[in-house]
Design a protein around this ligand. Structure first.
Ligand code: PMP
Ligand code: GLN
Length: 400
């Protein structure tokens, strides 16, 4: 074809760390302690729920309501209504999606126009930037200063990114890759900023149940005046350790969610019925056991906490100091002390963390993820000394 084949919106978004590193991990048959998914099965109650969904009659194998299976949106509204402290309308205030990825995609497509700016707090889950760009928007990033006390976002840093085109801010708590859990005063500062400047908040909370050492997850949508301007993103994959099911949601006020529905109805339309039914049963169980020792949302962080300590111990035993995460699946560690002869010519122009990760995969059979992949290109040069481990896997690997 003589004419340009690809749409211009694809320019600059073709590289993807997951594509690159999962392939390399597979090629070298490395132990994958990089990519974030459990290597254990989901709890038996949710597996049984899936089995009962698929044997539950013909309707379970056919399309369901496009904006979300009724059983699922009803229980989610009840469940999160109790947490946010308000009545949530199951039919208006949710869009069920193919994982949190699609919820994010629908959100950016629905709300971001050509030329709009979106503040993305760094480090950030890598897909936010390309999704903003594909919607025609401009991502602008706040950089946490690595040396600052515990990666706290200051009001000055936030304000420095504001301009008349700023339409939205994206936060992620607990954060991937840092493991930071936003405290109430930080969320209040962000909420004040959003309200003052009429900005939408997109809050990615896929790791909401995974907090450690007493850290508490707070939904920014529960702060006064924030429900009206927040889209909260969730994932059943992360909630029930079933990332392959790809059930996610966007929750927010009906006047915002209706625009996400427009994107969804003109693209995916339906998500898998039986998976939604099973997740509905899972949430019903969690609603009934909430706050008790029987709740999976309580058992899972207790289980992961031990793995987190074990990984930290393992890293320290080889002279690496981890940044202890307060939440999520991941732990990052400074690798500047690693004395490695990086003589692979194929990686010579890449950032140091990319080179180290590739060396670890190829020479040691251990796959991690370079942390500079979670920064905007302008800031990557400042953060080449960290790599990310996923500690939800059974940590039995031999240290470097
Ligand atoms: N947001 C964050 C912060 C993530 O780490 C991930 C990856 N699990 C997603 C969204 C996408 O989640 P899902 O697998 O439900 O699409
Ligand atoms: N969210 C997961 C991670 O950060 C997986 C991302 C992916 O595989 N695309 O590791």
């Amino acid at each position: 074809m003589a004419r340009q084949l690809h749409a211009r919106r694809l320019e600059g978004v073709d590289k993807n760390i997951w594509v690159e590193f999962t392939q390399l991990t597979a090629d070298y048959k490395a132990v994958n302690v990089g990519q974030g998914f459990p290597d254990f099965s989901p709890p038996s109650f949710i597996q049984e729920a899936f089995c009962s969904a698929i044997t539950g009659g013909a309707s379970m194998h056919q399309y369901t309501r496009g904006f979300g299976h009724p059983a699922l949106v009803k229980i989610l509204a009840k469940f999160f209504g109790r947490i946010v402290g308000r009545d949530i309308d199951p039919m208006e205030d949710f869009q069920i999606t193919v994982g949190a990825y699609q919820a994010l995609f629908c959100t950016f497509q629905a709300l971001i126009d050509e030329g709009d700016e979106v503040i993305i707090v760094e480090p950030f889950f890598d897909c936010y930037q390309p999704m903003v760009k594909m919607a025609g928007g401009t991502p602008s990033s706040n950089l946490y200063t690595l040396s600052s006390a515990d990666w706290v976002l200051s009001p000055e840093e936030l304000a420095s990114n504001l301009n008349p085109r700023t339409k939205a801010i994206v936060i992620n708590t607990p954060n991937n890759p840092l493991g930071k859990v936003y405290q109430r005063d930080e969320l209040q500062m962000i909420a004040d900023f959003c309200i003052k400047h009429d900005i939408i908040c997109i809050s990615d909370e896929v790791y909401e149940w995974l907090t450690y050492d007493g850290a508490q997850h707070i939904k920014i949508a529960s702060l006064p005046g924030m429900w009206e301007r927040t889209v909260t993103i969730g994932s059943a994959g992360k909630s029930f350790s079933a990332t392959g099911w790809k059930v996610g949601w966007a929750m927010g006020p009906g006047n915002i969610i209706k625009h996400l529905k427009t994107i969804h109805q003109n693209s995916v339309y339906h998500c898998a019925t039986a998976a939604q039914e099973a997740v509905a049963m899972g949430f019903q169980r969690e609603y009934d056991t909430f706050g008790t020792e029987d709740s999976y949302f309580k058992q899972l962080p207790a289980q992961l906490h031990k793995k987190r300590l074990r990984l930290a111990e393992c890293l320290r035993s080889v002279g690496l100091e981890p940044v202890m995460p307060q939440g999520g699946y991941f732990m990052i560690t400074d690798i500047s002390s690693l004395q490695v002869d990086l003589n692979d010519p194929s990686t010579k122009d890449e950032p140091y963390d990319f080179r180290i990760v590739k060396w670890l995969i190829k020479e040691k059979g251990l796959a991690t993820i370079p942390v500079s992949g979670f920064y905007s290109p302008e800031h990557r040069g400042n953060v080449q000394n960290y790599i990310r481990f996923c500690f939800v896997k059974v940590i039995w690997f031999v240290c470097i």
